[in-house]
Design a protein. Sequence first.
Length: 319
Amino acid sequence: MHSLDMDGAPRLLFEMGSMLVEMGYKVTFAAFDTGAMAEHITTAGALLVILDRHSAGTVQNLLSELYNSFDLIVFNTVVWADMIGAQTYVRAPHPKLVWLIHEGELHPSTGIEGRKGGKKVFWYGKRFKSIGDQASQRNTLQKVDKVVFVADKVRSLWGNYDTGHFETFRGFVNIADVEQRALSGLSGDSRKKLLESVHADEHTFIMSTVGTVCKRKNQLILVQALEGVGGAIFGKRPYILLIIGAPSPSGGRGDDDYFQLMKEYVEAKPDLKKRIWFIPFSNDALGYLALSHLHLSVSVSEAFPLNVLEAMALGVPAM
């Protein structure tokens, strides 16, 4: 895993791994740093290995260690691009390699570093040399047995490199699990405590947005929208916005500069300060989501956002 945070990509991979455990397979999650997902992984019956960045040595040494231990290796998200691009092993004697791509802004045609229509857009090719140009993209994508996308639209952007090894495995949530975790956070006095933690009551209109705080998720635009039209929309009714995914040890570390900019923007305006709440990723995040009357997703781009699926599973209108 690229991290053990409570962000969408690790959670989706965790759901996939949990299904395999239930089917009787031995599953190991490996990451360079621990995080809030660690407890969930061990509870599900999977093994957890924290890789040592220093003793891992070169990319080839790390890959060799992994290759000698597993039948199937899944690289989760685009952040593994350069490691995949650097590997030189012949696949046949080694485990099957699968690259699971969640990101919806990988291709130059969609891509804060490139430009499209005069607007700034993001493209991961500016960050990872192994997908920095067409030749590198083709070379890197051919070094795995399967490239799995969470949405057909993202997959279509890479169609020229598909030699029959591309697949789509659409993002999903376990509805029963989402409901159980959300309701456990609202049982007994928990609902009252969650409301009190954000200075709200049963009359407060609660809006939520979930995701790592960063430019791509675009949370600042929601803050500015509330500042501009919140009063006109809600009148005298109290209203708040929960920004779930604020940096914390539980995940959502994201773009610290963007987060600090947004915090300073809110802190400088007393009326906003009482309405905007930064909530870290944690086990009660779904409880906060379940409290919401409206869930908002304003990302510049998304492939298959789990937070929208979770809102829908909880019966919260999503926009």
